[in-house]
Design a binder for this molecule. Structure first.
Ligand code: XMP
Length: 525
């Protein structure tokens, strides 16, 4: 992993046991100005921890079961490092077991909303609640096992209905364990609990800001790249644009930005990007019109992973071709974000699974010769936006909804054809126009249309129609890791459906997707 942070910054270490929400711990910490990194349990050994020099350690959750013989453990050095430790869910259970307590399976599980009642005072709940408070605190639980005996030195701080030892603490050693997940929004005051841990208990200052990140990133890019040449693929989204502007600040003319018009962009998207870079930033841009290559290669391909792999490969071929034209480039820069890295990679022995091959990480072909520069790979989306503002990108651009690298190809389930792309571009533009008119754009994390490979019967005028179904999607989210569907008023949906069916030939039915993530994903493929 590229190490972009200034070593003088205070750092927290998050040890991952494979939970899908571990990244949210990092987000919450960073929101309170604490720099942190997530590392898998089997890499975070004594030597690593000493070199990393954390001010606080958090053990995350995970799908394993502590009573199982081969379940993962934290390195014993975690408890000997002399820094505060917070165990969350599985992290709490392994901590109890490793320090001499007991964890058992087969009790009542708790999934979802639960309430904890305070049993003793703790700095973890400083300013929040304690004994004497009559109202129970809402938290989010997801566990089958539970702690049944605390380790020596620990006291029970709070209990829930099915986890009498839900929160435990050894205030002297500054070790804390919570059965619930303070990092998810369904634990409403979880952020404050985490801040209590880092700021009050571990005494961290919260000294990590975007202005500091910008300086550090510029320095790290220069260090990595030296005098090498860098090709930066611009996708039209916020991430690659922010990466390009940052790289330009760091290495100026060593950078060549390549904008690949895949023919799979949203309506007007290509022009907006080219204009922004040429006119606003004066950053030279190579504009490659590759619509035929992409559509040609996608002909007959219906499998989502095959589409993603083909698109990843086609991008690289184009970047390599452009690299040759500028006399050879040593590096390829991409706007990869932290959630992309974590979602696409599963560590050895770890249980996290590959849900999708994001084209800027998992989809890269092994044959690629250029090395990667990914200056944003430690940032979350909202941090990238903050960095974009710090770099002076226009607000309208910074606030854009995320757009996936493979573009409309993954919003057309089944085979992608030029006709389908055209229909989707037009319908999607009408949908976004309505969202903007209703003043909803900034409230929504991401909104788009999906053209389904399903035809249904309709009637227009006196004639029978047999056309495609279009699904509308809109979600709220803070980082794309989890999402809820956006609760549009019905009349808004009705307006969109009427306009789309009246204005777009080829669509005769509109449906609204009301699936959250999980269990759905945001994109359909
Ligand atoms: P999912 O569909 O996995 O999407 O819930 C989470 C977020 O990631 C975006 N996404 C991508 N971004 N390359 C990207 O740069 C990709 O291949 C890709 N696939 C999904 C998606 O739009 C959402 O914001």
């Amino acid at each position: 992993m590229t190490d972009l942070h200034d070593p003088t910054h205070e750092k927290a270490l998050i040890i991952d046991f494979g939970s899908q929400v571990t990244q949210l711990i990092a987000r919450r910490l960073r929101e309170s100005g604490v720099y942190c990194e997530i590392h898998p349990f089997n890499k975070a050994d004594a030597a690593f921890i000493k070199a990393y020099d954390p001010k606080a350690i958090i053990l995350g959750g995970g799908p394993s079961s502590v009573p199982d013989a081969n379940s993962p453990r934290a390195d014993d050095y975690v408890f000997a490092a002399g820094v505060p430790v917070l165990g969350i869910c599985y992290g709490q259970q392994t901590m109890m077991e490793q320090l001499g307590g007991k964890v058992e399976s087969g009790h009542h599980a708790e999934f979802g909303r639960a309430f904890i009642e305070p049993k003793a005072q703790s700095s973890l709940f400083y300013g929040l609640f304690g004994p004497g408070d009559t109202e129970a605190e809402q938290v989010w639980m997801s566990h089958g096992d539970r702690v049944t005996r605390v380790a020596d030195g620990f006291e029970v701080i709070a209990a829930s209905q099915n986890a009498p030892l839900a929160v435990v603490a050894d205030e002297a050693r500054k070790f804390y364990g919570v059965q619930f997940h303070p990092e998810v929004v369904h634990t409403p005051r979880g952020s404050q609990m985490l801040k209590n841990f880092t700021h009050e208990i571990a005494g961290m200052k919260g000294d990590w800001t975007m202005a500091a990140f910008r300086q550090e990133a510029v320095r790290a890019i220069r260090e990595q790249v030296g005098l090498g040449r860098v090709i930066c693929g611009l996708s039209g989204g916020v991430d690659s644009s922010v990466a390009a502007v940052l790289l330009h600040e760091a290495i100026g003319e060593q950078l060549t930005c390549v904008f690949v018009d895949t023919g799979l962009m949203r309506k007007g998207e290509a022009d907006e990007v080219v204009t922004l870079f040429r006119d606003h930033y004066n950053i030279p841009l190579v504009h490659v019109d590759a619509g035929d290559t992409f559509l040609g290669g996608l002909a007959g391909v219906s499998d989502p992973e095959k589409k993603r792999k083909f698109i990843g490969g086609a991008f690289i071929d184009i970047f390599e071709e452009e690299a040759r034209k500028v006399g050879g480039a040593d590096y390829l820069a991409q706007g990869t974000l932290y959630p992309d890295v974590i979602e696409s990679v599963s560590f050895d022995g770890g249980p996290s699974v590959t849900i999708k091959s994001h084209h800027n990480v998992g989809g890269l072909p092994a044959r690629m010769k250029m090395k990667l520069v990914e200056p944003l790979r430690e940032l979350f989306k909202d941090e990238v936006r903050a960095l974009g503002r710090e770099l002076g990108l226009p607000e309208a651009f910074v606030g854009r909804h995320p757009s996936p690298g493979p573009g409309l190809a993954i919003r057309i389930p089944g085979e992608v054809t030029a006709d389908k792309v055209k229909i989707l571009q037009e319908a999607d533009a009408v949908y976004l126009d309505e969202i903007r008119k209703a003043g909803l754009y900034d409230e929504i994390w991401q909104a788009f249309a999906v053209l389904l490979p399903v035809q249904t019967v309709g009637v227009m005028g006196d004639a029978r129609t047999y056309d495609n179904v279009l699904a509308l999607r809109a979600v709220t989210s803070t980082d794309g890791m989890t999402a809820d569907y956006y609760p549009y008023p019905h009349d808004f949906l009705g307006r969109c459906a009427t306009r789309i069916i009246n204005e777009i030939r080829g669509v005769n039915r509109v449906v609204y997707d009301i699936t959250s993530k999980p269990p759905g994903t945001i994109e359909w493929e």
